[in-house]
Structure formats: C-alpha cells, structure tokens
Design a protein around this ligand. Structure first.
Ligand code: GLA
Length: 715
C-alpha cells in the first residue's frame, strides 16, 4: 500500500515501511526503511542538524542528511547516486522534486532487462519525478511495493530534456541512506571453484566499500549484499538485503559518512560506464530488489527465496520438480562416443535417473577446448546418429535428453570465426586476449545475436531436447567503448528472451565456468544455475550455505561427482556427497558405468530419497542452522510452508576424539506438534526438536553427514 500525506510517501509492505519525504527545499529525503510503522506524518531530517557546514547558498546542506537519490558537488559530497556531465563539461548536479505518480496494480517491466513481475500479488508503484534544470535532465525514481512481500523494487529512468547531449557516467538503480548506527556488511567474493564465500565485516566511519565487478562474469563478487545491525544473526536482528537483477558489470557501494550514516547504492558499475543521451533520449537502470527483515539473515533469505521463486523466474519449470540428471562432463570430458553415452544412459536409467545431459564436445571438431566454439553443428564422427538420433536413442532408454551450449563464444579456430572475424569483441590495433582459447561474440550487434538465436534454435528444433545448459566460460576483455558491457548484457537478455520464449517447455540451466554468473538476471530466464565446478561435498558446504543467503535452493544446482574429487582431490563418502546435494537441484556427474553394485544400490536409494524430497526442497522455507564458516559443522533444514514436512541435514567436517557433540536445535517447526522421524520411526515434539535439540549420530570419520526426514504426526 502507498499512503501519500502532503509531501510524505509511506510505502507499506507485509511487514515493512519505507518512508520518503520531500523537504521544503524540494530535496527528496529518505525517512525510514524497516519494520512496519503506523501511518502518521513523518518528515525526516530537513537539513544537516549540525549547521556547521552550510556550504550552499540557501543554507540547506544535505551532507549528512539521509536521501533517496543524492546528487554530487552542490550540497552533498558523499558518493552520488548518479553522475551527469552537461554541455559545459562539468558534473555538478542538483535534482529537485517535481511531482509524483502512483500506479495501482503495476510493476515496471524494464525495457530489455528482466524484472520482477506481479503475478497474483498486489503491487503498487510510486514514481517520483526529479529535475535538474541546469543540466537539463529529468529522473524518474520508481518504487514498487507488494502487500504480500517485504521488498521494495527500485530503478531510475534518466531523460534528457535539454537541447544538447547529456553524458551519463553513473546511474545506480537504488541509493539509500540508513541513519547512524552500528552495522556490518556481508558480501560474497570468490573465484572459480570457490564462488560466493561469506564475508562479514564492520562498517566504520570513513570506510567506503566498492563491491564491484568489471570482468563481465562474477566469480569474484556477487551482486547481492546485506547490511545488518551489528548483533544480527541468522534468526534475529535488522537485516537489509540488496540484490541486483542484472548479469553485467555491477557495483554495490557502501559508505559510512562523517556522521556515521550508512549510504548503500547498487546498480551498474560506474567504472567504464557511459551513456550519451541525445535530446529527448532516455536510459533506464536495471532493477534493484531491496529487502528488509527483522528476523535476521535467515528471515531475509526466505523472503528473497519466495520473491524469486514466485515473481522472478518466468520458466514453467520454476513450479515443477526438476528431473534428476546425469551429466557426462566429468565422466568423459571430450573423449566420448555415442555408444559410451548410451552405456551411461542405460545404467543411469536402471538406478532411476531421469535426464541425460550431453556436455561440451558434441559439435564441430571439438575434441579439446582449442576449437569449434561457434560451429553448432554435430560432429558425425563422435555422434553418427546426429543429435536427433542420439536424443531418440536416449529417449528409447527411458530418459529425457539435454544438451550443453556455449553460444556467446567463438574460437579463432572455427568456421564461424573464419567467416566473420569481426564478430568477436576486439578493438582496432590490438589482438584480442584469449581466455580458454576463446573469444566472445559481440552481442551488442543485432546480426550476431540473430546468428546465436538461429544456431541454438535450429538445434533445439532438430531433436527432442528437453534441457539446455547455457555456459559462458571467460571474462570479458577488449571492450570497445565505455558502456559496452551494458550493451552486451542487453544482447544476452535479447537472446535469452527469444530462445526461452520460443522453447517454453525446455528446462534451461545457467552456467559460467561453474558459478560465475549466479545472479537474479539469469534466474529470470533459467530457474537453476550450476553453482560451482567444485563439486567436492566439503567445499560445497560453504558454497551452498552462502549461496542460499541470496538465492533459493531451487536454483542451486548440485551434483554427486566421483572421488577423488576432480577439483581438489578430496575423498568423501557417497553418502556425504548425496546428502549435501539434496539441498539443491540434484544430479550426478560421474561415470556411472564404473560404479560397483554396492554403490549403484546406494545411488538408487539416494534417487528415491531425492524424489521424496524434491518438492519440499523446491517450495519450502530454508533454515541455516550451523555455519561451516564458523564451526566444524554445517547444518541446514527445509520446512514445508505448512510445517508438515521437514528435511534436516548436518555434517561434521573433521573427526574429533574425546569430545561430546553439541546438540543441534531445529528451527521453524510447530512447538506443540509431534514430528516423526520417518526412517527411525521415533517421535519428537516440535518443542523438543527446537528447544532441546538432537544429537546427530555422526560416523567416526572425517566428512560425516547425517540426514533426517520428519513428518508432522497428525494422529
Ligand atoms: C565449464 C562448466 C563445466 C563444463 C565445461 C565444459 O567449465 O562449468 O560444467 O560444462 O565448461 O567445457
């Protein structure tokens, strides 16, 4: 609901209030974001209370005042929400409020970029118009609030209302100033095979964090951050989340000003960004999802999970159980024949696997990673029956068939590159940098996007392909101009729109050298994303634990792979590998034809278990219990919305001697209800599980895991 009261706008979500006020000088001031407030006239701080630094003519100094979309260089010298250069070549700007518009039942769908949709939820959008007459720019700030959620969606549109060009050098999607307090920042840096590590640090005066990425793909930093009250933990305390629906270069800026206020901004990375707007032209930022929870990090995660599952993912697969897959990559790498693939599929069918995925190496002359990206034509030597014939054979074995593509790429050794060398991103006078022997196609060009769309669609039309793994395996170099990465990202979305729109029944999985493009933009098109090339169960504890802070378990692709693990050499039990992968979209990636009878029996049981669990894992409320970042354990739990079905997981990383186990207390249950441990038949009280806890019986070895399926006892 949006309540407008003179110059105050009060946005109320399910449990939140977001209050904006326009002060007497026409500045748009941020009043409050937090737990729901009753409606009243709130005005916020008019001007800097200290009065010592009134360095502008009318005496209103905003430096230190909480604002909604701050300008730079006039009466606020903190990091600005945007930067425009006018025809005189300076970047001093000052936006003033002009008016507002409230749109009922409306969620903005940002042109060319994915956005949250309303679905069956009730949404209202407030648009505030701000103008800088000297520069000649109008900015429309958009705020969407839902009756059912605790999120505010934000974006900003810039319109050049002058007669000359205006240069936009930065444009955050959202900016917010949280008034003085003691806060922590949580963000998710990483690298290939150790994506999205959890980092928490204090925010103190004078600090300015630019949590940004300018590499095209985001292994090293994720576009999701949280700012929490100092004492907030998984279950308690104020937590603010900022998640960008964007797959290009991004920035989350956190600054603590000289008075202790915290400024948080999120949007396109200003580094190497520029947009020249001709007279009358406009530019809209991607959408930022701002979320608040008073129930700690866990509360915030569950809220984002609901929003993303229900109102971001467009695929019908968002609401369907995903097939249990087997992928041949780690089983064969490039070295396979049709018969080898069929033998894997046959064995996979026997244990209950439902989908066979053919990974890299099926096209052109791709027997290694040196060549053929771009040539999306089957290699008849490896696959004499073609993709169509192979898909038919796999279907005859009783499995669905899926296929890997890396459509944004080209190898110099490819027919595509020989025909169109100018289609690869490059700058005049320089040889473009290779990475994994490949170059990136220039998706800012329509004809290149059309090639990609046609190449992929032709293959998808040619055979019964029910799943696609969409990979992107290198960072972006040689960008021809400032702002290029945004144009590339728009090209990527155009392709995604076209292909996922043309094949609505196909299940798409995102991938980027493992989890290098795990973001809400990708999630809009592809309901599951390969989380990391590191599938070692112990490494996955951390990766899946922290990924779940910003993204639903239904998006976190998790495979059981062979031991010693191909990435880090660790040997873990098949049990631990399976147990850990249940908290994700479950699958296998190993040579199942080489497994022993005993192992195959265990896999059969895992598959039965996953079939029993997968609806719950896709739709339930996820609780993190013990952090592998802080303890020798990892524990999490999924509870169905009606609190009837529960999956509990715990792992003990290293074995210990002569110690007692800590009891682990479950969360989110009905205390008065009884819950039965399905396997053991033992009945627990909900209160007992949550307040007294359980003592998992870990095997006495390193890397031990324990699971329990509980059901509410209705009798
Ligand atoms: C990337 C992916 C892997 C696999 C290979 C194939 O590294 O993350 O899963 O598909 O590419 O080349």
């Amino acid at each position: 609901m949006i309540i407008q009261n003179n110059n105050t706008f009060h946005l109320q979500g399910r449990n939140i209030s977001y209050i904006i006020s326009v002060n007497s000088a026409g500045d748009v001031v941020h009043v409050f974001f937090g737990q729901k407030l009753r409606n009243k006239e709130y005005s916020g701080t008019e001007k800097n209370q200290l009065g010592l630094v009134a360095y502008c003519e009318n005496g209103v100094t905003l430096d230190g005042v909480c604002q909604e979309y701050p300008s730079y260089g006039y009466n606020d010298l903190r990091n600005p929400a945007y930067s425009v250069k006018n025809k005189d070549g300076n970047s001093i700007s000052h936006l003033k409020y002009r008016g507002y518009n409230i749109k009922e039942n409306y969620t903005p769908q940002i042109q060319g970029m994915p956005s949250i949709f309303a679905g069956d939820k009730s949404a209202q959008t407030l648009e505030l118009t701000l103008v800088d007459d000297t520069v000649g720019v109008e900015v429309v700030l958009s705020y969407t609030v839902f009756d059912e959620y605790d999120v505010i969606l934000r974006s900003a549109e810039f319109i050049n209302i002058s007669n000359s060009n205006v240069e936009l050098n930065s444009a955050y999607s959202a900016s917010i100033d949280i008034s003085k307090g003691t806060y922590d920042l949580i963000y998710f840096p990483g690298a290939w095979t150790r994506e999205r590590e959890f980092v928490r640090c204090g925010i103190t005066q004078g600090m300015k964090f630019d949590i940004s990425n300018a590499r095209g793909i985001s292994h090293c930093i994720n576009p999701f951050i949280m700012v929490t009250e100092k004492n907030a933990d998984e279950d308690n305390g104020d937590v603010y989340g900022f998640s960008l629906i964007y797959s290009g270069n991004h920035s989350s800026m956190v600054e603590c000003d000289q008075y202790g206020n915290i400024r948080i901004q999120q949007g396109i990375n200003p580094f190497m960004f520029k947009r020249v707007l001709g007279s009358g032209e406009s530019f809209t930022t991607p959408q930022c999802v701002m979320c608040y929870s008073e129930s700690g990090i866990g509360g915030l995660s569950r809220e984002l999970h609901d929003v993303y599952r229900e109102n971001l993912c467009r695929s019908k697969w968002a609401h369907k159980d995903r097939p249990i897959l087997i992928n041949n990559w780690e089983a064969t790498y490039f070295d396979f024949t049709e018969e080898k693939l069929i033998s894997i599929a046959k064995q996979a069918k026997e244990v209950g696997i439902e989908l066979f995925v053919l990974d890299d190496g099926w096209f052109g002359k791709r027997n290694d990673d040196l060549r053929s990206l771009g040539d999306w034509v089957v290699n008849p030597e490896k696959l004499p029956s073609g993709i169509d014939g192979l898909a038919k054979r796999i279907n005859e074995e009783g499995l669905k068939f899926g296929l890997w593509f890396e459509p944004e790429m080209v190898n110099p050794d490819s027919d595509l590159y020989r025909a169109h060398p100018d289609w690869a991103i490059s700058v005049p006078g320089r040889t473009p940098a290779l990475s994994r022997h490949q170059l990136i196609l220039d998706l800012s060009r329509d004809e290149v996007c059309d090639y990609v769309i046609n190449a992929v669609c032709n293959i998808l039309k040619s055979a019964n392909i029910e799943y696609v793994k969409w990979d992107m395996n290198r960072p972006m170099t040689d960008m021809p101009y400032e702002g290029y990465n945004h144009d590339y990202t728009l090209g990527f979305y155009k392709i995604m729109d076209a292909i996922t729109g043309a094949f609505p029944n196909v299940l798409f999985e995102g991938c980027s050298s493992g989890g290098g493009r795990f973001d809400a933009g990708v999630l809009a098109y592809m309901p599951q994303i390969w989380t990391s090339d590191n599938s070692d169960a112990v490494a996955r504890l951390k990766i899946q634990y922290s990924t779940s802070m910003g993204y639903p378990v239904s998006a976190i692709s998790a495979h059981v792979t062979a031991v010693p693990n191909h990435q880090n050499g660790r040997v873990t039990s098949l049990k631990m590998r399976g147990d850990t992968a249940y908290a994700g979209v479950f699958g296998y990636e190993l040579d199942i034809t080489k497994m022993s009878g005993k192992e195959l029996d265990e896999i059969k049981q895992q598959i039965e278990m996953n079939k029993q669990l997968r609806t719950l894992m896709r739709t339930g409320d996820f609780y993190r219990i013990l952090s592998p970042y802080e303890t020798n354990y990892c524990s999490w739990e999924m509870v169905s919305k009606d609190k009837t079905d529960v999956f509990f997981y715990a792992a003990k990383i290293l074995s210990t001697t002569n110690t007692v186990e800590a009891r682990i207390r479950l969360k989110g249950l009905e205390p008065e209800a009884d819950y039965i441990d399905i396997a053991a038949g033992k009945v627990y009280g909900g209160d007992e599980l949550m307040y007294y806890g359980i003592e998992p019986e870990f095997e006495s070895c390193d890397f031990a895991s324990y699971t329990m399926i509980l059901k509410k006892n209705n009798t």
